[in-house]
Design a protein around this ligand. Structure first.
Ligand code: M6R
Length: 613
């Protein structure tokens, strides 16, 4: 969603900030702005649309020397919540005096009450945003000490924030704070970079400090002082990002999504490496902090997440029941805290989130902790809020996922869930031999996926047949049912084609009414238990004239007979096969969207990290 960058150092701040914003573009946004400290005054440029438009605007509006001489500034990409994506609603916002500029991620929930109070005192607001209210509130609290003013203002605020503040009255520092929205501070040589996401810091330094909730930091070019909102100093360790700046580049691919699909064999190898014990037929997941006794105590696994991560959880549900004989269920993170989940100390709650910042998943973690469950996370972004709040869990090691459409995170999430289920299973019904066999199957995932990725060109040819349709149905059974849901989500989010995923048996309970001659039905008909029944459901669709694209097992001539088109995946255990199957659907969605001329990496209205409820 929104992105923050702040810079203080010796370099040309405007360029650093705009480049930083470019690194955050993948998060999804609809306007952008920058404020720099120019000759003791704040200069602001803002624009609806892309960062490139902001760059043009700043160059057009500012004299050339202003563009390049500032060494301090803050910048923002906004994903509209309060008011449309216009120039006036874009950040940074100024306080009443015009001396204080603020960028903000999150939502100030009590902004209406604060705004009325400030208006009664004579404040005039230009925008519809909650953020401008906070800028004015800071200005109103300013009695000579910016730090104190920010603390006083933040004490009055309900909601979430990650902020960076620049003041003409205090031009040699930037103040940044967080509650609920991430802030990372890059510790450079004679320069400090503030960002809401480490991607904007990578090209400057690998050394970072993650702020915790209610931390407020005073940042100069060569110092970082962190306190809490009661002005008590706190210590935060410097961490190493361990990320390669190149990992956040397209590397010759047309889109990040295509690059990330192709990276999956390597990502899976990274997610699996060192985590399988082939002699004992189990997995070794160090970060979970569980002893065999802890595992034996678990009576239920509850998986929570949103979107693609929720779908990974649905595959996990099958895996925990099938491999470990443990009751398992998936809950939508957005609903979790509103439905009184019944939880106790023998329930393992696994929060699944690529970004580790999804507001609803974070809230579910807090609810599960409150209720005394055993909580762990499965995140990709190292140091993310969910990873840090759970304190135990497994990182995916998929590398930065830039495309809004999640691909490699999903396959790594499923791979890690399978390893978790294997571990739990070995303490229960799985024999050593069963475990060894399944561990071998997990180990083979990178090569299985490579065989699907290699079919990208032929999948593109198939996609050409389907790109003109406006509706598509995805069907599957057993662990392929969540794959159908994920395939439909991928197609709709990047191609804007209306796509729905259903259990194969569910079509005839209503949705089949929508089938017309030529309507695409994408059927997960791999050679796993239930295939014959799925083939029966395909017959029902064919009888109504649907065009069938099957995902089938290599060499399955019987299944091929039922299809108008098909993509093959290698033969594998049903749970393992979910991963190559979803890769086939990722490629299908990608090529359909490409042929339809869609903006694949940043689809309209979507954000990479959804930090609002
Ligand atoms: O970062 P998370 O995994 O928590 O994100 C959850 C969803 O917002 C995310 O998976 C979303 O559905 C993807 N854009 C789908 O491709």
């Amino acid at each position: 969603m929104c992105g923050i960058v702040g810079y203080i150092g010796k370099a040309d701040a405007t360029s650093v900030l705009i480049n930083g914003l470019r690194r955050l573009e993948y998060r999804g946004y609809d306007s952008a702005g920058v404020a720099i400290m120019d000759d003791g005054r704040i200069a602001i440029a803002k624009s609806p649309g892309k960062v490139a438009a902001l760059n043009d605007r700043a160059r057009a509006e500012w004299p050339a020397e202003r563009f390049s001489r500032a060494t301090t500034g803050i910048a923002h990409t906004r994903w509209a919540t309060h008011g449309p994506p216009t120039e006036v609603n874009a950040h940074p916002h100024l306080d009443q005096s015009g001396d204080i500029a603020l960028v903000h991620n999150g939502i100030i929930e009590n902004y209406r009450a604060l705004r009325s109070r400030l208006e009664a005192k004579g404040h005039l607001f230009l925008s519809e945003t909650d953020t401008e209210v906070l800028a004015h509130l800071i200005g109103d609290c300013h009695k000579g000490d910016l730090f104190q003013a920010i603390c006083d203002a933040l004490h009055q605020v309900e909601g979430t924030f990650g902020i960076a503040v620049l003041s003409a009255r205090d031009p040699h520092r930037i103040i940044t704070a967080r509650r609920g929205s991430p802030i990372v501070i890059g510790v450079g040589e004679g320069e400090t970079i503030i960002a809401s996401d480490a991607s904007a810091i990578l090209s400057h330094t690998q050394r970072v400090i993650y702020l915790d909730d209610n931390d407020i930091a005073i940042v100069t070019a060569d110092s970082i002082e962190i306190r809490d909102l009661h002005n008590v100093p706190v210590t935060r360790e410097i961490a190493e990002l361990g990320l390669d700046a190149e990992a956040a580049e397209k590397g010759g691919f047309d889109h990040f999504m295509l690059k990330e699909i192709h990276e999956q064999p390597d990502c899976l190898a990274n997610a699996i490496r060192g985590r399988l014990d082939h002699s004992l037929g189990t997995s070794v997941l160090a970060g979970t902090g569980t002893s065999p006794r802890d595992l034996a105590e678990i009576s239920r696994v509850v998986l929570v997440g949103c979107g693609t991560s929720l779908h990974a959880g649905l595959v996990g549900e099958y895996a925990f029941e099938d491999l470990a004989d443990v009751h398992s269920e998936v809950q939508q993170a957005a609903e979790f805290r509103y439905r009184n989940p019944i939880l106790g100390s023998r329930d393992l709650v696994v929060a699944i989130s690529q970004s580790g910042e999804t507001a609803d998943t974070l809230a579910a973690v807090r609810e599960a902790n409150q209720k005394g469950a055993f909580v762990m996370s499965l995140c990709n972004v190292v140091g993310s809020t969910i990873a840090r709040e759970t304190g135990r869990g497994v990182y995916l090691h998929a590398g930065p996922e830039i495309s809004v459409a999640s691909t490699k995170a999903f396959t790594c999430q499923v791979a890690v869930l399978l390893m978790m289920a294997l571990k739990l299973g070995r303490g229960r019904r799985f024999s050593r031999e069963d475990g060894i066999r399944f561990a071998r199957e997990i180990e083979s995932l990178p090569s299985l996926v490579a065989r699907v990725v290699d079919q990208s060109d032929s999948i593109a040819t198939i996609a050409a047949t389907y790109q003109k349709n406006e509706h598509a149905f995805f069907i599957g059974r057993g662990p392929m049912y969540p794959v159908a849901l994920e395939g439909a989500l991928k197609l709709k989010e990047i191609s804007y084609l209306h796509a729905e995923g259903y259990h194969a048996a569910e079509l005839k309970h209503g949705p089949i009414a929508l089938l017309q001659p030529g309507t695409p039905v994408i059927a997960l008909a791999c050679d796993i238990p239930g295939k014959d029944k799925t083939l029966g459901n395909i017959e029902e669709c064919r009888a109504r004239g649907a065009r069938i694209l099957g995902i089938i097992t290599e060499g399955d001539h019987e299944a091929a007979e039922f299809m108008d088109d098909f993509i093959t995946i290698p033969r594998a255990h049903p749970l393992i096969a979910t991963i190559p199957a979803v890769v086939a659907l990722q490629l299908f969605a990608y090529h359909v969207a490409r042929l339809r001329g869609c903006e694949i990496d940043q689809p309209r209205n979507l954000a990479k990290s959804v930090t609002v409820e």
